[in-house]
Design a protein around this ligand. Structure first.
Ligand SMILES: [Fe+2]
Length: 173
């Protein structure tokens, strides 16, 4: 039997309760299995699904949210972290271009100086977990369908977001 979203959500909640943030790689692997189920993708997205996000599931016990995003093509986001919340990103269709960043100056200084630490693409069925505080940015050269799992609803208010006036990017990968 293909792996369903109901099974994924049950596994997600159980893994978080048992292992907390150390269970994230296991959850990311299960999200890959879910994304490889064509019935899940077809039930969740269609070509008519508008650009934007919608909630597939929220677990009041653990605070976790499972979100389905339709990303507009040709868009790139700014570096950000989700503060105290972790996140798992997975692609259902299209490609998510992911960049991870590290801050190379002390947090006590006003502006952040960021350096790329990794750059890779997440294609269909590929997922990755990001622990709390990891600075990352996403780009979607073409329209993409993305599932994102976040640890809390604080996701909407990232603790860090790149500010062009005071922050800068140095170096290369
Ligand atoms: Fe993010």
């Amino acid at each position: 039997m293909p792996y369903t979203v109901t099974e994924f959500c049950a596994d997600l909640s159980a893994t978080l309760k048992a292992k907390r943030e150390s269970g994230l790689p296991e959850i990311a692997a299960k999200l890959s299995v879910l994304l490889s189920n064509p019935a899940f993708v077809a039930d969740t997205f269609s070509d008519d699904t508008p650009i934007g996000r919608r909630e597939l599931w929220h677990d009041p016990d653990t605070g976790v949210h499972v979100l389905a995003h339709v990303q507009e093509g040709g868009k790139a986001g700014k570096p950000h972290s989700h503060g105290a919340s972790w996140a798992i990103y997975g692609t259902a269709r299209g490609v998510t271009e992911m960049t991870e960043w590290r801050r190379v100056n002390p947090a006590s200084e006003d502006g952040a100086v960021l350096e790329k630490s990794a750059e890779y693409a997440l294609g269909p069925g590929q997922t990755r977990a990001y622990g709390s505080g990891i600075i990352h940015s996403t780009a979607h050269p073409r329209k993409a369908w993305v599932i994102r799992v976040t640890g809390t609803d604080l996701d909407a208010i990232p603790r860090y977001r790149f500010r062009a006036k005071t922050d800068k990017i140095v170096g290369r990968v």
